[in-house]
Design a protein around this ligand. Structure first.
Ligand code: ZN
Length: 109
């Protein structure tokens, strides 16, 4: 039986962290637009890196929100593909994991 109360807390903490980080990235991007033209070439590179980080964070937020929804409807910790229980160790490492280890690695069959 998966300890959903524990993982709900883990996921909510992670969402909070990511929320703060995305805010920081937005601010950083905002600041860069106001800089001198002479800095622009460097800024463009920085922007791409920051936007990449922002996208990764958004994707994780999306996955975490889906995991929260699964906690609410009682399907959290159950593999979406094969219906097996996902191991606690795996959920500790990846709290939003929608699939068990077998299915992630291509399945048994
Ligand atoms: Zn599975």
């Amino acid at each position: 039986m998966t300890d959903t109360a524990h993982f709900r807390k883990v996921i909510q903490n992670r969402l909070e962290e990511l929320g703060v980080r995305m805010h920081d990235i937005d601010e950083e991007l905002g600041h860069q637009k106001t800089r001198d033209l002479s800095d622009q070439a460097i800024d463009l590179e920085d922007d791409e890196v920051l936007e990449g980080l922002g996208q990764a964070a958004e994707r994780e937020v999306d996955l975490l929100k889906r995991a929260l929804a699964r906690i609410e409807d009682g399907t959290y910790g159950i593999c979406l593909s094969c219906g097996d229980e996902i191991s606690k160790e795996r959920l500790e490492a990846v709290p939003y994991a929608p699939l068990c280890r077998n299915c992630v690695s291509g399945g048994k069959s």
